[in-house]
Each structure stands twice: as C-alpha cells, then as structure tokens.
Ligand binder design. Structure first.
Ligand SMILES: O=c1[nH]cnc2c1ncn2[C@@H]1O[C@H](CO)[C@@H](O)[C@H]1O
Ligand SMILES: [Zn+2]
Length: 335
C-alpha cells in the first residue's frame, strides 16, 4: 500500500547532501537582504524566480545561476549563522534527525571574513539549531571545481585547525567537466592521507567515468553519481566497496542529469544492491523539501516503508557522524 504524505513526512530521516547557500528559506533571504542592504523584489513570486532554478535550465550550469543572487547576502558571520539555523529548522519539519550541511568557505570571504570565521559562523548556527530543534548535524567543506588547486588546498587545510568543530568531510562542487577529477589528484591524495572523509560531486554531466575516478581517489560517497546508470558493469565494484550515492531526484531532473522521471535510476540501482540515499541537494534552488523527495520516489516507484527504512540505514552507515552522534542515533536507524 502506498504511504501517505503524512506518513512519509513522519519517517525518521538522514540527509547527507544539502547545500547551505541553496537552501535558505525565502523569509530568511528577506532578512539577510535587509541586513546586507541589498534590494530584492517585494513580491514573493518575483523573488522566487531569482532564487529557484530556471524552468528552462538545460544543464548544471543553468541550475547554478541562482547562487549568484544569494551569495552577496552571505558575507558576514551573522548572516551565515542565521542561514545555518534556518536550514536546521527546515530539516526539523522533514523529521530529519541528522543532516550534513555543505558549503564552500571561499565563497563567503568577499566581506572580509577569513575561511575559519566562515566555518565558525556556520557551525555556530548548526549548534543553535540542534539546541532548539533536536536535529544533529555536521558541516562539509566544499572546494569549487573552477578554483585552483592551491585555493582548494586552503579549504583542505581547515581540517587541521584544532579549534573548528563539527567539520566532518570534504567535497568538490560547481560545474562538472568530463575528467575533472584528475586535475585535483594532488589535493585528493592529501585529503586521503590526512584521513578526512570524502564525498565528491560526480556523474551529473553524463560522465560516469568521473564517478569511478572519484572512487579511485578516495571518495566513499558520491554526490548524485546518477551517470553510473550507464556503466552497469561497475555496480559490483560500488557494492563491494560500500560506495553510497547521494541522489536528489528533483535536482537531477532540473540539471538534466536525467531526462525524465521514468528514467530515474534509483529503483534499478537500489534493486541491484547499490547503496542509494535520498537528498534535496538545494531546498530553495530546487524548491523542494526532503518530504517532497520521498513523495516523488513513492509516486514514481511505488516504494513501501521497508525501502525508505533501508535507504535511511544506508545514509546512517555512510554518514560522517562522530562516534557520539552515531551512538545517539543508532536505535532509530539500525533495527
Ligand atoms: O548539484 C550541484 N552540483 C554541483 N555543484 C553544486 C550543486 N548544488 C550546488 N552546487 C554548488 O556548490 C556551492 C557550495 O554550496 C554552491 O555555491 C553551488 O555553486
Ligand atoms: Zn550538490
């Protein structure tokens, strides 16, 4: 029997892939714009057009356009803390019990903040959110794929700063070129040597080889990874290595990583035994919630509760939680 929206909403969830800058509610964007002295459209409908992916998006790059609108509002510690807190309140509404919030520290230094100050502000907002909403979280730090290796290394070096807490893993984000991973070999080798957990965006541009390259250089999780549908001969390797795919149905269709719902490879991969998880990617840019993503998959694929519980277990196992966080949540996700 199909689960209702309410039942899907109530299921305990873990979200591994959610961008801070793509997930700020409209109400908070208004507050941040006011604080930054940036004028934005008064009508919600007009503002929505600026902060959501264009319906005409033909590619990942088109999808990323709204980030340019919101980033100027995220250049102070106060703004970053408010944004992180706002995101945790949204996670609460989805019955998310643990979330990994990712962002690129280098995109928040235009107002003079240091990379450390950026991270401190976000994790402060996450901690306040946990205190008020009982949603646990960690931050993931992204290097941007258009940045130089030296710049991305400055992000990797943040993991060695003892004073930062709740910083759980490293990612590479932004526009994706075929074969991009090899350009970051030296950085990724350092990430691996230092024992920093790694999830990399790969396979959003129809380039399945990027997924395999990312795994080879140490990623245990892949952001999206949907292009791997085209390489069924590699699925056994993913299963064997317990690689987890962070899939995001709405985003994957908006970026044209997948052409239409009927071709969404979630069920095929799940049935084959690949560890797939459900994520929003960007709540605001994709105009979605994690409950919406669950509803979509239930509608498209007829999944029952057992499937959603298994998927949440995969997310629990692949998460970059601390031992304490893992112990606190084990009963809810490992039955
Ligand atoms: O689906 C995605 N693929 C690749 N990059 C993305 C995606 N969503 C957001 N970002 C990029 O990650 C940065 C840090 O959060 C955002 O500014 C955006 O440029
Ligand atoms: Zn993403």
């Amino acid at each position: 029997m199909c689960l209702s929206r309410t039942e899907l909403n109530q299921l305990p969830k873990i979200e591994l892939h959610c961008h801070l800058d793509g997930s700020i509610s409209m109400a908070t964007i208004r507050v941040l714009a006011e604080k930054a002295g940036i004028s934005i459209p008064e009508a919600d409908e007009a503002l929505r057009l600026k902060i959501t992916a264009p319906e005409s998006a033909e590619s990942l790059l088109d999808y990323l356009a709204p980030f340019d609108f919101v980033l100027p509002m995220l250049q102070t510690q106060e703004a970053l803390e408010l944004a992180a807190y706002d995101l945790i309140s949204q996670a609460k509404a989805d019955h998310v019990r643990y979330i990994e919030v990712r962002f690129a520290p280098t995109l928040h230094t235009a107002g003079g903040l240091s990379l450390e100050q950026v991270v401190v502000a976000v994790t402060k907002g996450l901690a306040k959110g946990e205190a008020d909403f009982a949603v646990k979280s960690n931050a993931l730090l992204c290097g941007m794929r258009h940045e130089s290796v030296a710049t991305v290394m400055t992000v990797v070096d943040l993991f060695s700063k003892g004073e930062l807490t709740h910083v759980a893993g490293f990612d590479l984000a932004g526009g994706e070129a075929d074969g991009y991973v090899s350009g970051f070999t030296s950085v990724l080798e350092t990430v691996k040597e230092r024992g920093i957990p790694m999830t990399l965006h790969a396979g959003e541009c129809g380039c399945a080889q990027n997924v395999m390259d990312a795994i080879k250089l140490g990623a245990t999780r892949i952001g999206h990874g949907v292009a791997i549908k085209d390489m069924p001969d590699k699925w056994a390797e993913l299963i064997d290595k317990k690689i987890t795919l962070e899939m995001a149905p709405t985003s994957n269709i908006q970026t044209k990583a997948i052409d239409k719902a009927e071709n969404y490879p979630f069920k095929t991969l799940f049935d084959a035994g690949v560890r797939v998880t459900i994520n929003t990617d960007n709540r605001t840019v994709s105009d979605t919630t994690l409950t919406d993503e669950y509803v979509k998959l239930a509608d498209w694929l007829g999944f029952d509760e057992a499937v959603f519980r298994q998927v949440a277990r995969y997310a629990f196992e692949a998460s970059f939680m601390s031992p304490q966080q893992r112990a606190d949540l084990a009963d809810e996700f490992i039955k």
